[in-house]
Design a binder for this molecule. Structure first.
Ligand code: GDP
Ligand code: IMO
Ligand code: MG
Length: 394
């Protein structure tokens, strides 16, 4: 019997999902994206070689795995072809192991143009929001429509219709009915690779400063047609980051924040923007691990905190004079939230080569145990560097 697992970002994205996907994909047969589009930037490092994926699931580096885009993904076909060509140049072939559901929504010129004009939330300007908006307005163009020239000519300016029809021919071979493909493969191990993070979910994130898809566990069913049991791995950074606009209660504006940005190389993998940096927020993490029913918490980038004298973890917020430990549903409250911190002494040792939990410095162990206690969930994996080998299994 096959097993289904999911890698879900539990903050504002860039938690290191791709690295964990890469580690877990070793035992998987299919790696499936279920939402988002090329707004994602997923980085994998293998033996000093760096790969950044935007649309193609991170499992593609293993030659025998099948990679899938489910119905909930939005696809920019021109960007997809560029990504495929770049991978092929590096010797990675997608032949017979890349599939796209007929139902995916297609990003067209209008979507990119609207997003370029300004989304008001600091979007990646890839046309994601306008594409999902057209999808729910029942005006979208879906993958299967690319093979219908008459329909394209009715819906789009002639030049764009021609171009899309041509590009459709190039990617037609990937076309598949993904709900049947996944549900019939009962003996296969499936890994669902989330993009963005729960705090960017269109319903549960810091609305309106969110992306336009369902990034949480429920998005898997919506975005693939697969609704069987899924074991969840919730990815949390050892500190927090955010790109784009929106509230960020534990944000740091001081030297410590700058050091973390520099040591963690915190610049966006898609847009190159410097990421905003803040302390670990247990209020937010308790909320996101709850709504995703996280079975395994994975803590990433712990190595980046080496050398920071004192670490802080936000345990509650003070909002309008009241102490609150629930993540507020509205942005106004979050903007007024004053984080209440617990302070923990840091460590100086380089931990990036440690693979055994017991060998971690005492204060790093305390930091991990405090987070486990606050979340009331087990941390089962700790990442101490970008490479697949830099991993502690607890
Ligand atoms: P994703 O969008 O969640 O897949 O994350 P990104 O790839 O956008 O950002 C994570 C960054 O951190 C990438 O540059 C990774 O190579 C890097 N990374 C992942 N895990 C670790 C880790 O444990 N330590 C360090 N130093 N870097 C890591
Ligand atoms: P990965 O998968 C971090 C942010 C943007 C913006 C908001 C809306 O690499 O974790 P959009 O282009 O989706 O309409 O932008 O969401 N955002 C991300 N932030 N990581 C991502 O992806 C993101 N994808 C979108 O910065 O604030
Ligand atoms: Mg990223």
């Amino acid at each position: 019997m096959g097993k289904a697992i999911a890698v879900l970002g539990c903050a504002w994205g860039d938690e290191g999902k791709a690295k964990i996907t890469d580690v877990l994909a070793k035992k998987s047969d299919f790696i499936v994206r279920f939402q988002g589009g090329n707004n994602a930037g997923h980085t994998i490092v293998v033996d000093d070689e760096k790969y950044v994926f935007h649309l193609i699931p991170s499992g593609i580096l293993y030659p025998e795995k099948i990679c899938v885009l489910g119905s909930g993904v939005v696809v920019d076909p021109f960007e997809l072809i560029k990504e495929i060509e770049n991978l092929e140049k590096r010797g990675i072939s997608l032949e017979n192991r890349f599939l796209i559901d007929s139902r995916v929504q297609i990003i067209i010129n209008k979507h990119r143009e609207l997003d370029q004009k300004g989304s008001g939330v600091g979007s990646t300007k890839r046309g994601i929001g306008p594409c999902y908006a057209d999808a729910v307005s029942r005006k979208g163009i879906r993958f299967a429509d690319l093979f219908d020239k008459e329909l394209l000519l009715q819906e789009l300016p002639p030049k764009e219709a021609e171009e899309l029809f041509e590009v459709g021919k190039q990617i037609e071979k990937y076309h598949q009915q993904i709900p049947y493909f996944l549900n019939n493969a009962t003996d296969k191990n499936i890994l669902f690779e989330g993009a963005q993070g729960s705090l960017l979910d269109v319903y549960f994130g810091t609305y309106p400063f969110v992306t336009s898809s369902h990034t949480i566990k429920g998005g898997i069913s919506i975005g693939t047609g697969f609704s069987k049991n899924v074991e969840t791995f919730g990815i949390l950074k050892s500190y927090y980051t955010r790109v784009g606009d929106g509230p960020f209660p534990t944000e740091l504006f001081n030297r410590v924040g700058e050091t973390i940005r520099k040591n963690g190389n915190e610049f966006g993998a898609t847009t190159g923007r410097p990421r905003r940096i803040g302390w670990f927020d247990a209020v937010a993490a308790k909320f996101t691990t709850m709504i995703n029913d996280i079975d395994n918490v994975v803590l990433t980038l712990l190595d980046v905190l080496s050398g920071v004298d004192f670490l802080k973890i936000c345990v509650s917020y003070e909002i309008d004079g009241k102490i609150i430990d629930e993540f507020p549903a509205n942005v106004k409250s979050l903007k007024n939230a004053i984080p209440q911190y617990l302070e923990i002494a840091g460590w100086n040792e380089d931990i990036s080569q440690i693979t055994d939990f017991d060998k971690l410095p005492q204060n790093a162990k305390i930091y991990i145990r405090v987070i486990e206690k606050l979340l009331d969930r087990k941390i089962t994996m700790i990442s101490v560097g970008p490479d697949r080998k830099q991993m502690i299994h607890k």
